[in-house]
Design a protein around this ligand. Structure first.
Ligand code: 1HN
Length: 350
């Protein structure tokens, strides 16, 4: 019989590392993305006590980075929030240092709680406040220190699963715990943060860091000034509210080549329309509250979010926001990779 012959064929060729395409073709080339990721939600009120306990059982120095990973429930054990991205919440206590190192993975921080700790990137320290967005680009030395008297918590977003996929991970520890400070705070912002760029700075306007933004700190005050101005005067987008992407001022593209980042303002009383896109997105609630409805082919999740909560919207799931009170949401995704490959898709339902 045919089926028996087939089974015999499969069994005979298997030791030679051969397998029939026709048994897997549908799964290999789905008609639409079938992500293994699930929508998921982390309430800060639930997470915060575990962070505090982590602070009691390990020092930042011993941990190198004291982080609780936000693991997608459908990807447990993979240190991933989507198939391509990593997210975690990092705690640094007063007086602590997270030692200087560098790696090919690109990282972002979005400050969730506290103020006054610093991140140093390539010789410049930036003091961090709630809502600031900071990047530590691929292969840049970076370390953190908390010289304030309060704990500080931030969201880390990295392209770890992407770099793992490409087997392109390298890392190095610095020779000292804290890198040498060679620039005054604000130097990078002065050079690149005012819609201007340095002249004759080692090659005219070139970024000192390659394919990444020469700005490494995007302060919240500037971001909110922009969003509030739009909210007062501009037409609201029916899907996104008022949404701006952080940019590399030299290219207009994303601050880092693998990760796009956004801040969006949902005005008071906003009821958004559903949309979906190929990039899975991680959200951090900067302020306010609201509801997000995430609809996949066979699932529907509704999360009521408030300040400092986190959630993930997987690829090709419809997302729909509403906010009676108004809210401001930070988000990041691997959209630049989709766009570089020409495979990005977006669908806005009316
Ligand atoms: C890292 O360097 C940081 O610099 C945070 O704060 C999280 C997770 C994996 C690998 C490197 C940081 C990280 C990380």
């Amino acid at each position: 019989m045919m089926t028996k012959q087939r089974q015999q064929l499969y069994a005979d060729m298997s030791p030679h590392n051969l397998t029939p395409l026709w048994e897997v073709l549908h799964a290999l080339v789905p008609q639409a993305p079938l992500t293994p990721c699930d929508p998921a939600f982390w309430r800060y009120e639930v997470v915060r006590p575990y962070l505090a306990r982590a602070g009691e059982v390990i020092s930042a120095e011993e941990a190198v980075r004291r982080v609780l990973i936000l693991e997608n429930p459908a990807l447990r054990g993979q240190s991933a929030i989507t198939q391509s991205l990593y997210a975690g919440l990092q705690l640094i206590l007063p007086g602590e240092i997270a030692p200087s190192h560098r790696h090919t993975q690109s990282a972002l921080r979005f400050i969730v709680e506290g103020k006054g700790a610093y991140t140093a990137v390539n010789g410049e320290r930036t003091t961090m406040h709630e809502g600031d967005f900071i990047i530590t680009p691929s292969w840049t030395w970076h370390d953190h220190g908390n010289e304030s008297d309060k704990p500080m918590v931030w969201l880390d977003g990295l392209d770890i699963p992407t770099i793992r996929f490409f087997d392109a991970g390298f890392a190095e520890n610095d020779t000292s715990q804290s890198q040498k400070v060679t620039k005054v705070e604000g130097e990078g912002f002065a050079r690149f943060g005012y819609n201007m760029a340095p002249v004759r700075h080692d090659g005219v306007y070139a970024s000192p860091y390659g394919r990444t933004s020469p700005l490494f700190s995007y302060p919240i005050a500037r971001t909110m000034e922009a969003l509030h101005t739009l909210e007062r005067s501009a037409k609201v987008d029916a899907w996104d509210g008022f949404k701006l992407a952080y940019t590399n001022p030299l290219s207009g593209g994303s601050p880092m080549p693998t990760i796009a980042t956004f801040m969006q303002r949902l005005p008071k009383g906003f009821v958004g329309k559903p949309h979906r896109q190929t990039d899975g997105v991680v959200y951090s609630v900067y302020e306010g509250s609201g509801t997000v409805r995430i609809t996949g082919v066979t699932s529907e999740h509704v999360f009521h979010f408030t300040q400092r909560d986190h959630f993930v919207v997987p690829s090709w799931h419809n997302v729909e926001f509403s906010s009676p009170e108004g809210a401001t949401l930070f988000s990041f995704s691997d959209q630049p990779i989709h766009k570089a490959l020409g495979i990005h898709r977006e669908e806005r339902l009316t």
